[in-house]
Design a protein around this ligand. Structure first.
Ligand code: IFM
Length: 441
């Protein structure tokens, strides 16, 4: 069996290892009285999702959660980063509460604590209730208030037992990927919608953080995704395009959350489309936080595209070895960001809140490629720590093979193989290697 290059003993005593999932991707949204989400609508529209697959059954974690928590505990993970579904708690996004949904999250959190696992909650991992999408979803400023109310209801019930919480997973995906690139629900390609969503996401983050502080919760953070932007060619134009891509992807949200300011280069393009009075919200967006989480997977080659409208750039894939997603394997980028975010997060603890790879795994084939990927990224993390990065934990995406959004169930990110017919779980070689590496000696 291929081993991990590092074991737990190579990291500081308080360094934590974890595994992550999200509600819509594993729970089975058709169970337990959850409301319809914009992902159900997106998947039901031809051309959006491979084979029109949706999260109706997914991994049926809703019924199999005990078995899944046992897998997390048996591997020796310290943290389980999970998310709650807004539409499971409030089927219409506001108004009537689905008590079955609250009971479910209550049981799930108790189940983690019983097994000695730290619950790391994400409040929103993309399953917007359809009823709120009808009202404009993230384009509507009122979403910040709706999200704050949902936060209050959920955290009044489970907040007392949560180890850490973050409001919104990967704001760039919620804003840019979903409203500008049209690749995720609601599938828009509209700059005005994008600017509004990119601002209201920050506002909702700020309001939810205030609510959780008000309830006495601690260890509150933000989880942003980062992609290492490299110029495609040597020209100044490509260099500037990569810099702008970096601003949109990597600096917009942390700029607002940690400095109360959007990056000037990005604002130049988005300002004409921003909602009126956005400047007055910056203090709410910039809430004191306790940590920053980085989701990191890959790099991207960026070129200037003079023929297109702002931001006048095109995305390319380079020659590095790739994962099943077609994403280049580029651990240098992780090391880069672990230093770069210090400019925003100062001395706050950092966590890698997602890192991992999709691989066309079968139960019979050991996933050596995943072990190598994780090794390379742990090496990069270790090197960054030696140079002063404040990294306190590393969380792998994902525990289980699951619903990879518009790519359906084909792309397998799990440490545990899931047969989507029988729902049988089978730990992969990477799970077993991690179990060895994490064992306390
Ligand atoms: O599956 C996703 C997850 O929902 C968010 N971060 C990236 C993962 C892999 O694409």
């Amino acid at each position: 069996m291929t081993d991990f290059t590092h074991t737990r003993a190579d990291f500081p005593d308080d360094f934590l290892f974890g595994v992550a999932t999200s509600a819509y991707q594993i729970e089975g949204h058709g169970f337990g009285g959850a409301g319809r989400t914009h992902w159900d609508d997106f998947a039901a529209t031809p051309g959006n999702v491979v084979r029109a697959e949706h999260g109706g059954r997914a991994c049926d974690h809703y019924h199999m959660w005990e078995q899944d928590l046992d897998l997390i505990a048996a591997a020796g993970f310290d943290i389980y980063r999970f998310s709650a579904s807004w539409a499971r708690v409030l089927p219409d996004g506001r108004g009537a509460v689905n008590t079955e949904g609250l009971d479910y999250y209550d049981r799930l959190v108790d189940g983690m604590l019983e097994r000695g696992i730290k619950p790391a909650l994400t409040l929103y991992h993309w399953e917007l209730p359809s009823a709120l999408a009808d009202l404009g979803g993230w384009r509507n400023r009122d979403i910040a208030g709706w999200f704050a109310d949902y936060t209050q209801i959920l955290c009044e019930r489970i907040g007392d037992r949560i180890w850490s919480a973050a409001p919104i997973n990967e704001p760039w995906c919620v804003g840019w990927l979903s409203h500008f690139m049209g690749a995720h629900a609601p599938g828009l390609r509209d700059i005005r919608a994008t600017a509004r969503a990119m601002h209201h996401i920050g506002l909702a983050h700020g309001r939810a953080t205030q609510v959780m502080r008000g309830l006495g919760m601690g260890n509150l953070g933000a989880v942003c995704n980062f992609e290492y932007a490299l110029p495609l060619g040597e020209s100044d134009a490509d260099r500037s395009a990569a810099q702008l891509y970096d601003g949109i992807y990597n600096r917009w949200f942390i700029g607002a959350m940690f400095k109360g300011a959007y990056p000037a280069d990005v604002l130049e393009g988005l300002a004409p489309h921003m909602p009126k009075g956005w400047q007055d919200d910056m203090a709410t967006i910039r809430q004191p936080l306790d940590w920053l989480g980085l989701n990191y997977y890959t790099c991207k080659r960026i070129a200037h595209d003079p023929a297109s409208a702002w931001p006048q750039l095109s995305e390319h894939v380079g020659d590095l070895p790739k994962t099943q997603m077609g994403w280049e394997i580029c651990p240098n980028g992780l090391a880069h960001f672990l230093h770069f975010v210090g400019e925003y997060a100062g001395t706050l603890p950092l966590y890698v809140t997602e890192n991992g790879m999709a691989n066309p795994d079968t139960p019979e084939q050991p996933d050596h490629a995943r072990i190598a990927y994780l090794n390379a990224h742990l090496d990069a993390a270790k090197t960054a720590m030696a140079k002063g990065a404040k990294l306190k934990g590393y969380i792998i995406w994902s525990l289980l093979d699951n619903y990879e959004w518009s790519l359906g169930y084909e792309k397998r990110f799990g440490l545990v193989h899931v047969d989507f017919e029988s729902l049988q779980r089978r730990p992969k070689a990477s799970y077993q290697a991690l179990q060895q590496a994490l064992a306390r000696t």
